[in-house]
Design a binder for this molecule. Structure first.
Ligand code: ME8
Length: 513
């Protein structure tokens, strides 16, 4: 393929439990970005997977009284199932326990070592198993006899022989990189935080453990396993065939986007680029951190039911409805809340009323009054032209928003045109024109159908199934659904299928007495 390549990744999740809505959110958002680029004609590779090593996995397995390999396999299967459930278009799924990943991690280690950036010493300091992170004394605080790290998780004292990565030597090179590539880290507030952190000076990083052996062996010293984050970050290379630099996919490195949550930005924008610089590999172009999802609504609490489970949420609200809600409601890059009421409101107002009804009403009028075929368009009025221009102009706005990871703004722009289309349809009153001016009625219906076609093409990355159904209803062929076909207008006379609803209303289950 000769088209431009685009490599995008999610974080790889710890399979110490089942996937939760935060994992689903990241996957859905990354999927929308990946799908957008595919529809734009790029040669996309989208990677996701599971991060299986480290102490957290080991502790959970012990608690459950099972082997860590069994815990990893059981939950990795759930994460993989979630990719199908959410209709994620990932091209591959990586598990860090795979042999190929051991090879990749050992190779990057060797390169960092060959560059003089790894040395043996001993570590004593604080470690949070839940964050799988080392913290400085001053980043932690003592409360009720327990010491907590900066993310509110308990830390424990660790003292052992350890290899170190010479992170301190990278302070200036990292700062120079942030300055030279202002959009390396997004959103901007996060970039500022990271720059302040790095500017204050970096300490060398402990990169191996000796007190357990669930991990990737350090080359040349079997008594050590790599610190889980060294191997975890390397997944982005393994997924492309590294260390085989003749692998076809390896040409896709560096990544265009690592999409991650805000809690792991330091690993991705400080440690990872330093490891890559040391190993002589190119740096990813962008790292974008989304916010956290919080559950505010009463009905969503765990005690009231299991709706924080993405599988249950899809069951309750519908897949595209959930995808739309999360991407539209939460400004990408900021924290957001979800509640039953907010989801139902988006489903019924934005989807069922605004887009669904418009499609249903206009297409059924075409079915009844135009012989079920795309009607002829007469000379357009300024109102016709205005709504068509708004629809055709959308692509530019949406593409700019997506390039900036402003997914919510892309959807807001699309729904602004949905609102305009509704105003147009109501003002033109095609139902009243049926007797008075049938030719004008046909033009209004043509314009409305054409706007629906354009909107549906742009909605595909966010709600692939529903957009596909809408495009079926206006008889758009599969090969005319790329963004390059936005201007390929509906052809009068084309037979249309019998219209059916695409966005059902959410109806509250009858209150129990
Ligand atoms: O951090 N809302 O794995 P993880 C939104 N294995 N996003 C959330 C969230 C929430 N409530 N909770 C978690 C890890 N996330 C490492 C990553 S990458 C080389 C290794 C996000 O299972 C979180 O920020 O704890 C992260 O991006 C992803 O889910 C996986 O989290």
């Amino acid at each position: 393929m000769s088209s431009e390549r685009f490599y995008i990744t999610t974080a790889i999740s710890y399979p110490n439990g089942r996937p939760h809505i935060g994992h689903a959110y990241e996957l859905i958002a990354t999927d929308a970005l990946a799908r957008f680029k595919r529809l734009d004609g790029l040669d996309v590779f989208f990677l996701t997977g599971t991060d299986e090593h480290g102490q957290k996995m080991l502790q959970t397995a012990r608690k459950e009284g099972i082997e860590v390999t069994e815990l990893a396999a059981r939950n990795a299967a759930e994460f993989e199932k979630m990719t199908h459930l959410l209709n994620a278009s990932n091209d591959a799924f990586i598990r860090t326990s795979e042999e190929r990943h051991h090879r990749a991690s050992q190779e990057i280690w060797r390169r960092m070592e060959a560059n003089g950036d790894i040395y043996l010493d001993s570590y004593s300091g604080w470690y949070s198993v839940r964050d799988e992170a080392y913290y400085q004394e001053e980043e932690s605080e003592l409360r009720d006899g327990v010491r907590y790290g900066p993310q509110g998780t308990p830390v424990e004292w660790v003292e052992e022989e350890s290899y170190f990565f010479r992170l301190s030597a990278f302070t200036e090179r990292l700062m120079a990189h942030y300055e030279a590539y202002p959009d390396f880290i997004g959103p901007t507030e996060k970039r500022n935080e990271i720059m302040a952190f790095v500017k204050s000076g970096l300490k060398d990083l402990s990169v191996s453990r000796t007190t357990f052996d669930w991990g990737i062996k350090v080359p040349g010293n079997d008594g050590h396993v790599m610190y889980v984050w060294v191997d975890a970050l390397t997944n982005y290379l393994t997924g492309l065939g590294f260390p085989d630099e003749t692998a076809e996919n390896w040409q896709r490195w560096p990544a265009d986007f690592h999409i991650i949550g805000k809690d792991i930005i330091r690993f991705h924008t400080v440690y990872w680029p330093a490891f890559l610089m040391s190993a002589g590999l190119e740096l990813p172009k962008h790292v974008f951190a989304h916010g956290f999802l919080f559950n505010r609504g009463l009905k969503m609490s765990k005690s009231e039911g299991n709706v924080v489970d993405p599988f249950a949420m899809v069951e309750e609200y519908g897949l595209d409805q959930l995808r739309y809600f999360l991407l539209r409601e939460v400004p990408f890059g900021q924290d957001g809340n979800y509640s039953h009421e907010a989801i139902v409101n988006r489903i019924n107002a934005d989807l069922a009323n605004d887009l669904g009804n418009l499609a249903q009403r206009s297409l059924s009028m075409i079915g009844k009054n135009c012989d079920g075929r795309v009607p002829e368009q007469g000379a357009p009025t300024s109102e016709d032209q205005a709504i068509l221009d708004a629809a055709y102009g959308l692509y530019i706005t949406v593409a700019a928003a997506m390039d900036a990871c402003q997914i919510h703004k892309a959807l807001a722009a699309i729904w602004q045109v949905v609102a305009e289309a509704n105003r147009y349809f109501a003002a033109q009153e095609p139902w009243a024109l049926k007797k008075s001016d049938p030719e004008r009625m046909r033009t209004v219906l043509y314009v409305t159908a054409e706007v629906i076609r354009t909107l549906a093409i742009l909605i595909q990355p966010f709600m692939p199934d529903s957009a596909g159904k809408l495009l079926d209803l206006v008889a758009v062929k599969p090969e005319a659904r790329q963004f390059s076909s936005v201007r390929e207008a509906l052809v009068p006379g084309t037979e249309l299928p019998k219209p059916s609803g695409v966005f059902p209303r959410y109806i509250e289950p009858a209150a129990e007495g």
